[in-house]
Design a protein around this ligand. Sequence first.
Ligand code: HEC
Length: 487
Amino acid sequence: MGYPVTKARKFIINTPRHRAKRNLQKHARFLTLALMASGVLPGARVYAASAPNFNTQVAPILQKNCLACHSSAAKMGGLVMESYDALMKGGAHGAAIVPGKPDESRMIQMLGGKVQPRMPFGGDPLAAADIATLKAWVESGALGPAAGETAKALAPLAIPDIKPQVSVVSPVASLKFSPDGKLLAVGGYQVVRLFDSASGKPIATLSGQADYVRSIAFSPDGKMLAAAGGPPQRGGEIKVWDVQSRQLLKTMTGHKDCIYSVAWSPDGKLLASGSYDKMVKLWDVATGQELKNLQDHIDAVFAVAFSPDGKHLASGSQDRSVKIWDIATGQRLYTLSDATDGLTGIAYSPSGKQIAAAGYDKTIYIWEVGDNDGRMLRSLIADEDGILSIAWTPDGKMLITSSSDGSLRFRDAATLDPIRVIDHQPEWVEAIAVSPDGTRLAAGRFNGTLSLYDVKSFKEVLGPWVAFDATGQGTSDPGQGNRGAGR
Ligand code: HEC
């Protein structure tokens, strides 16, 4: 638990279950000791009180059903439950428990499925009696271990407890159309899959990435593809692939934490990357060398984008700011600091005169950007929950967002007025991409499925289909997959 637990890592995309399981095995020995020491082993102590006791009644439920994914090693949703204090600190969305108010507590809402995804993630809902115990505990003030009781670390119990009850697929972490629009590249756990964007048929799998492929960029000529990610807390990685031959050309390393965003310069010569290590780096594609380290953000960088003329780079961060950098000198030109929470997505308008950014404060911001300064043109609280992804259509007329409220929203880019909402997505749409001709929107979900929507009719025209199976290989194509109602 040596690092901040409240800081939002951009969404989940950290740790699928098999990683949680590995961590578990690592901690297995520590476990038993910690449990014995902390007195949370079932039956260690029976505490008779009207309000459920944390150590004897609450902790065992969390331990059995939640710790596998909410240990400090797995830390899904940014939430750690290894101690009362860690639990009360909350996760990516802030406090998970509001003492005295179960209905306002994210943890209780998620157990009942009122807030998606339901917890325990991917498993059966908790027994009603267990939910009732947790609810009663929150209702009674969510008190910690009583005086005299140890408040020691909880650790995941037994490996069989997290045996997946549903087949585990890799979430779709990133998506990009090739510049000619023919390919759809999809990033998941350790792989990129290439699909024919017209038929949805899988064409190739590029494997060997160290962790989730959180961002993809094609070279402007479409010949190369950069897949970026890397293991959290250990290092960022960009792999550059030859698209035709599917050969790995280069692996670029240097970031101290995983990369969340990669962009290719319009002249094809540079790559830019933004990482959880707070740095933005520029890389020479030809040599694979790091050219510049752009250092000024004070928190994780989740998004980078080149201006269409290639002169500037915009970076968006958990520190709530957008910074505009001069590519030639590596100098920071100015900072746009209107947002009130971390920014997850940035998009230049096709004209290059405006930037749109969005993130955890549910708001879309649009700035007019010049060489030396920028000013906010408009902003709108646009979604009901954090915005995960934002894209501008190539004609500059529409902005599209996906949000953790489960929606895809199309808006007039000039006014931010709503044009269309595609609601009730089966799962979070983690990644969106608009085809270069502007006719299709690709949506990739946390549950590993993909769909293509027609940007004029807003109808689903292909999918949903499963991009990956547990091993990272694709399992179905739209021809055989479960077709959605939109067809
Ligand atoms: C198999 C893994 C897994 C298990 C088991 C699991 N969770 Fe989660 N949990 C997640 C993931 C992934 C997220 C992030 C989901 C999201 O934000 O979309 C999350 C997020 C949360 C959050 C929200 C954190 C935030 O601030 O966004 C709460 C609260 C939570 N889980 C509670 C629980 C409880 C209580 C249990 C046990 C009953 C549990 N979880 C079991 C994977 C798991």
